[in-house]
Design a protein around this ligand. Structure first.
Ligand code: DHB
Ligand code: FE
Length: 280
């Protein structure tokens, strides 16, 4: 029987990739953020996941404003990263798990989620950076990938309630999967940040704390707001918390144990957070 071993959540700011490339992890600016990762790696070493279901948002690498799926599930045998213009290295490719992807897709469509299926899909910094943080210096990623992209970029956005429901349906798919893999989920992005417009630089530690305080034990609390209200509270890119809400849904309805939590303001323009949850 497959087992859902827990969830890893982190910000995915591109500048993290630059810090890794320069070896700046111990610099004063970066240390408080990178100090969150030894506990993540220790948890991964104990949880020994074989596959990662990753909830993230594409920032214009695979999808652009002309064709923007609300929810897109990868069903490829391989996923490549590519140059997005951030000046980052092109990161390692990922091995997919098409059979599990199709099981997730069939379960979601059966549950009346009208998703997009992608047998060809590039993955951007929102996926590669969390992997680089979790497994630095590996030759190949130790987990297979099922990527699930959520539109946090172009309005109208899915509601937090819909995202939690999608995640819960993914969780049902994982628990009904007949394989014997150890499955982890990831949610990337956030927390509060806004990159453009009159509120550029906006962050909201109070709302971030509300999210972090409720993620493990009462994720429904995060669905009290509409997507527009989340944009108001978290900033127009802080809506990436939708990825976290969806990933939390996939862990199931039972309260989770918070294995670790790190929060540091700012990394670039972002209030950065890292969390690991596991079944209580
Ligand atoms: C930044 C944050 C993001 O989530 C992103 O995708 C790009 C940039 C930033 O704070 O610089
Ligand atoms: Fe982002």
């Amino acid at each position: 029987m497959a087992q859902v071993v827990g969830g890893y959540f982190t910000s995915h700011v591109p500048a993290i990739g630059g810090a890794i490339e320069r070896g700046d992890q111990q610099e004063a600016y970066w240390k408080p953020f990178f100090d969150g990762f030894p506990p993540v790696r220790q948890w991964l070493a104990e949880a020994r996941p074989d596959v990662a279901i990753v909830f993230y948002n594409d920032h214009g690498l695979n999808f652009f404003l002309d064709a923007m799926p609300t929810f897109a599930v990868g069903a490829a045998a391989r996923y490549d990263n590519a140059d997005e213009g951030w000046g980052l290295p092109v990161y390692k490719s990922f091995v997919g798990h098409p059979n599990l992807s199709w099981h997730v897709i069939e379960t979601l469509v059966e549950a009346e989620f009208d998703i997009t299926t992608c047998q060809n899909m590039k993955v951007d910094h929102a996926l590669s950076i969390p992997f680089e943080l979790a497994w630095p210096d590996v030759g190949a990623w130790p987990v297979k990938l099922v990527p699930i992209a959520i539109n946090t970029v172009q309005f109208p956005l899915p509601s937090p309630r819909r995202c939690l429901a999608l995640g819960q349906a993914v969780g049902r798919a994982l628990r009904s999967w007949k394989g014997d893999e150890r499955i982890m989920v990831m949610g990337t992005g956030g927390l509060s940040h806004q990159l453009e417009g009159a509120r550029a630089g906006f962050m909201n530690p109070e709302y971030d704390r509300f999210c972090l305080d409720n993620l493990a034990t009462d994720p429904a609390a995060l669905t009290a707001h509409s997507a527009e209200e989340v944009a108001e509270l978290a900033g127009t890119q802080g809506v990436e918390i939708l990825n976290w809400i969806t990933a939390r849904g996939a862990l199931g309805d039972a309260p989770q144990t918070m294995v670790m939590r790190n929060y540091h303001v700012p990394i670039s323009n972002t209030a950065a957070a890292t969390v690991v949850l596991e079944p209580a």
